[in-house]
Structures are given as C-alpha cells and as structure tokens.
Design a protein around this ligand. Structure first.
Ligand code: LLP
Length: 433
C-alpha cells in the first residue's frame, strides 16, 4: 500500500516506511534527528529527466543535477552512474564531486563571485562549462586559462527578465538580481562580444535560471522564447552561432496537498516545443539543451525523523511540540515559511486530530518547522517524520548552538546504509584553537 507516494508507505505495525524500511526501526538504530533518502526514488527522478531529454530533444542535451540541493560523495556517485552531469557552485561542491571521479566534462560551474582559486581548480580539472557571471570574471578566466595553457569553455549567465512567481529569495531571472548579465540594458550583448574577443575562451552558449520551486510551466516557456530570441540577436550582430542553451532548474515539487506541481515531463514537453518552434522561426539550429534540476531530483526522496520531546499547551493559543532538531537541520521554515507534511511515524494510520506548532531545540523563538499543523495525537518519545526534506535541508544545515549535523542514511530495497556520518560533540570544536 503506497499511501503517500514517493516510496513512502505504512506497514502492518502502522509505522511509516521509506523505501520499504520501517522508519521507527531506523530511528532506533541510527538515533534522531536522522535524514533518510530513498535511492530508488532519486534514481527514478534522474531517469525521468534524462528520458525527457531523449524524448523531446533526441538525446541532444544533458541533465546537470544541481548539487546545491544535496551534496555529498554518494549523491555524486549515483548521479554519475545515472549518466547525468552536475551543477556545482563552489570549490567545496566541485572538490566533493571530483573526489569520487565525477567526469569533469559533465560539470557546470556556477557562482556570482567565484574566486581565482576556485576557477584555477576548475580549469585544472577540465570542467566542461564555466558559467561566467560578470565581465571581470571573463577577463579572469581568460588570464588564468592563458597562464595554465588551457582553453576554457564558457557560458554566460543571462537574466532573461522573467518573473517566476516564487518566493523573493529564490527568484533570480529579473533585472534586480545579483546573478548574470541583463538583456534589456545591452549588458548581455556586450558580454558576448567581450567573451568572443577574449583569448583562451570558447563561448559555448548561454545559461539562465529564473528561480526555484516554480509551479507554473508558463515562465519556463517564456524564458525559452526570450533566450532563443537573444541567440538569434547574437548571430545577427556577431555572426556567431552559440551551440548550448542551459535553461537552469527550478521545477516545483509537491510539498503538501496545496502544491499543484505539474509532472516534469509536462514542463519538458512544453519548453521543447517552444525551443524547436523558435529555432525554426529564427533560422537557428536546435541548441544542445542543458537543464539543472536540484530539488525535483532529491526533495521527494528525503524524510527527516525527530524524537518528540517537550509538549507545551498554551490554552487558547497553541500547543508547542518540541523536537530534537529544527532550524539547524532544516532552516527552510525560518527562511521561507516553507510548508511540509508531518506524520507521527509510529502512529501513521491514526487520524490527525491534533493541531500543533513544531518547534526546534535552538535558543531562538523563530526556530520552528511549521505552525498550526494537523498531526496525530503525539506524546513524548514518538517519532515525528517530516516528508520531502531531501533538498536544501542537509545542504543548508548549520551548527548554530553547536548542534551537530545529523547523519544521512540511504535506503535501497528496505536496506539502509550510512552515507554521511553524523557529527559528534568533538566535531563542534574540531577547528577551534
Ligand atoms: N541552477 C541554478 C543556477 C541555481 O541557482 C539553482 C538553484 C538550480 C539550478 C536548482 O534549482 P532547483 O531545481 O533546486 O529549484 N535554498 C532554496 C533554494 C535556492 C535555489 C538556489 N538555486 C530553498 O530551500 O528553497
């Protein structure tokens, strides 16, 4: 019986299961808080995106998993095996990917302020595409490539000027964004000309990313139209045909019943129709397409488990249910008021008759995971599961209050394996002098 979807179900004991493994047993075995990931679900998501490149672009493209969503050695190994590329945004992500021999030519390196050290590392490793974000960076890449005796393959990050109807902090396509070159002001065209004139660079194409957790198809379609239009302008004004178009990530997922997320194939189909139609209309070849889903690949595969501690009822106001984690392992509620589905894992078949506010353990009033949530009647010692936490939870975790980061356990066919060790108290002062 798959009551929740994404490999999450309930067994005869009434316990929540993930990938066939009993969440309550896993909490007992590994302790809480605990991040769980279902390998079958995340591999399937990789395949769905890859298949749609095959179907809608005749295989002429590459899915680069946006590893900021969840970065550790094992995810790069899995993504590599699935034949995907990776988007990295820092020397740390790049180093982790390279540490498991991720093919460098399938890596896209992003960032609005990459350092000389990071760019040197990328050029030495032979990273397939460096996405330049400003003019100074183009010059820096050119100079470094000349010094190292290599040719850098570069894309330019463009702000297509599309409003993606998402949270302000995760909107990036509009002109007032720290990322990329603006189209409206002529900055983007000037950057193309500068890149073409810089020795040591091959300008392979353009990149854009309009935001994250986008639940409409229309902004993606509009972006593709704008980008093809600009590729045609580049050809007209410089005679140069750009070969690659990276359309970024941002595909929204269903966190709660209220999120009406279209299937990824629908986004891919609609965008590909626009890309093909526009290319034909403008006399351009259909570009090599890159996409960068992060959340859509890993979020649905993740569940976080906590142990319920203090319960505090404030009459006529609310009931606080405190857990042994919080903003340190999942800062998304405090940052974006993100909503999740909550289940008491050891009472998964019971009705949700209580209403609670889930509080974390940090010394901070805003440390909440959700407010006024429907939940089973809980008591101290119960295991609370938060669903769809596979993206931007572990990767955004912190050690505030010197709370150690939880371990990550991957489940495959009901068999768990530790993929990231939990931190210890001594890890909290490991670098202290
Ligand atoms: N490509 C680029 C250039 C990006 O900046 C991002 C996300 C992605 C791809 C992947 O986007 P996705 O498919 O995961 O939506 N911390 C926020 C999300 C920040 C996204 C940053 N960039 C959150 O927790 O919602």
């Amino acid at each position: 019986m798959e009551v929740f979807g994404n490999g999450i179900s309930v067994n005869e004991a009434g316990h929540l299961t993930l990938g066939g493994a009993d969440a309550v047993s896993l909490a007992r075995e590994y302790g809480t808080p605990l991040y769980l990931m279902d390998e079958t679900v995340l591999r399937q998501n990789c395949r769905d995106f890859k298949d749609s490149i095959d179907r809608y672009y005749d295989g002429n493209g590459l899915v680069c998993y946006a590893s900021k969503a969840f970065s550790c050695k094992e995810i790069y190994r899995i993504v590599k095996e699935e034949g995907l590329g990776a988007d990295v945004v820092s020397g740390g992500e790049l180093a982790t990917a390279l540490s498991v021999d991720f093919p460098a030519d399938r890596i896209c390196f992003h960032g609005n302020n990459k350092t000389t050290e990071e760019l040197t590392m990328a050029l030495n490793a032979g990273v397939g595409r460096i996405v330049a974000d400003h003019i100074g960076e183009l010059q820096m890449i050119g100079a470094l490539a000349a010094k190292l005796g290599v040719t850098a393959r570069v894309m330019l990050r463009i702000k297509p000027g599309v409003d993606a109807h998402t949270h302000d902090f995760v909107r990036t396509g509009q002109i007032d964004s720290k990322f990329g070159f603006a189209l409206e002001t002529g900055e983007a065209l000037a950057a193309v000309k500068a890149a073409l004139a810089t020795p040591g660079l091959t300008l392979c194409g353009l990149h854009c990313h309009i935001g994250s957790q986008i639940l409409d198809i229309e902004p993606f379609v509009h972006t593709a139209e704008v980008m093809l239009g600009f590729m045609a302008q580049v050809k007209r004004e410089t005679g140069y045909t750009l070969s690659d178009l990276n359309l970024g990530g941002g595909f929204g997922i269903r966190y709660t019943e209220e999120d009406d997320a279209p299937p990824y194939q629908d986004y891919m189909e609609a965008v590909s129709q626009t890309v093909r139609a526009k290319a034909a209309e403008l006399g351009l070849p259909v570009p090599f397409i890159l996409i960068e889903p992060g959340r859509a690949i890993v979020a649905p595969a993740g569940v976080t488990l906590y142990t319920v501690g203090a319960l505090k009822e404030i009459p006529n106001i609310r009931t606080y249910l405190s857990v042994d984690g919080g903003m340190t392992d999942n800062p998304r509620y405090i940052l974006y008021q993100s909503r999740y589905e909550f289940v008491i894992a050891n009472k998964a078949t019971e009705p949700k008759t209580a209403t609670v506010t889930v509080a974390g353990r940090c010394c901070e009033s805003g440390d909440l995971l959700g407010e006024h949530l429907p939940l089973q009647e809980a008591e101290t010692g119960d295991i609370l599961a938060v669903l769809a936490t596979g993206a931007y939870n572990y990767s955004m975790a912190s050690n505030y209050n010197r709370v150690p980061r939880p371990p990550v356990v991957m489940v495959k066919d009901a068999v768990p394996r530790l993929i990231v060790r939990g931190e210890s108290f001594s890890d909290m002062y490991r670098n202290d002098i």
